[in-house]
Design a protein around this ligand. Structure first.
Ligand code: ADE
Length: 236
């Protein structure tokens, strides 16, 4: 079973959004597993899990001995999963990273807090430093939830309609087209007539063209990659 092992000082923050909707139902039905490890349960000298930074500076730093004790409670299989430490210093994760992880047996995550964690934790345990964007959070918990949610929804039998995943933005390098529901006219704004036509081929073409137009306008970086891929495929 796919599993997420999460080291945190705030286990009560979980499952959070991972406990609702399809992901929460799949958790209840044991189609994936969330294993929370409370770092506060592994104190070292005089009941502490953190200490002041060498050389001075603000905040407290998670002790490597605390993490070592906590990490030792994992099975060898859990220890060998991809190991991630969330930090704004890290490489930004992409949909491809989530897809790769969803195709393995799971992920092991250390959520940082305070000023950070002792560098030797990252070096010794070879944690990959990963960011979810160029902004700073208080800690890794929200980032962990985002990444786990993104992985779990890719697991077979978690999101019912696999077509809705195939249509995802990024999965195919293009942004999703606009979607509408009833009523056909809202405050003078009408749903594009082609979407009301019931003509599947024209609808598909309209959606593809709109995806291309939106991607070119909103994400020129993705558009460049898409065009490159199309050219490569045309050559092969
Ligand atoms: N922790 C603090 N800021 C973060 C970010 N931007 N991404 C991932 N983890 C973080």
């Amino acid at each position: 079973m796919w599993q997420a092992n999460v080291f945190t000082i705030f286990p009560m923050a979980f499952p959070g959004t991972l406990g609702v909707s399809l992901i929460g139902k799949a958790l209840e039905q044991q189609r994936w597993r969330l294993n929370l490890i409370d770092l506060k349960q592994f104190p070292v000298k005089s009941d502490r899990i953190d200490d002041k930074p060498y050389g001075g500076g603000a905040g407290m730093v998670l002790s490597p001995e605390v993490f070592a004790k906590a990490f030792d409670t994992l099975t060898p299989e859990q220890q060998n999963l991809r190991r991630i430490y969330f930090s704004p210093r890290g490489r930004q994760f992409t949909q491809q990273d989530l897809k790769n992880i969803s195709e393995t047996n799971g992920i092991t995550i250390l959520c940082g807090r305070y000023e950070g964690v002792d560098q030797r934790i990252i070096d010794y345990y070879q944690l990959e430093e990963v960011s979810i964007g160029d902004f700073v959070l208080m800690g890794g918990e929200v980032a962990a939830m985002a990444i786990i949610e993104g992985c779990v929804r890719l697991l077979p039998q978690v999101v019912g309609n696999s077509e809705s995943i195939a249509d995802d933005s990024f999965q195919g390098q293009l942004l999703e087209s606009d979607i509408y529901t009833q009523p056909a006219c809202f405050r003078g704004m009408t749903v594009p007539s082609v979407l009301q036509s019931g003509h599947h081929e024209r609808i598909s073409r309209f959606r593809l063209e709109q995806s291309q137009m939106l991607t070119r306008k909103l994400r020129p970086d993705l558009w460049g990659k898409y065009v490159e891929k199309q050219l490569r495929q045309a050559k092969d």
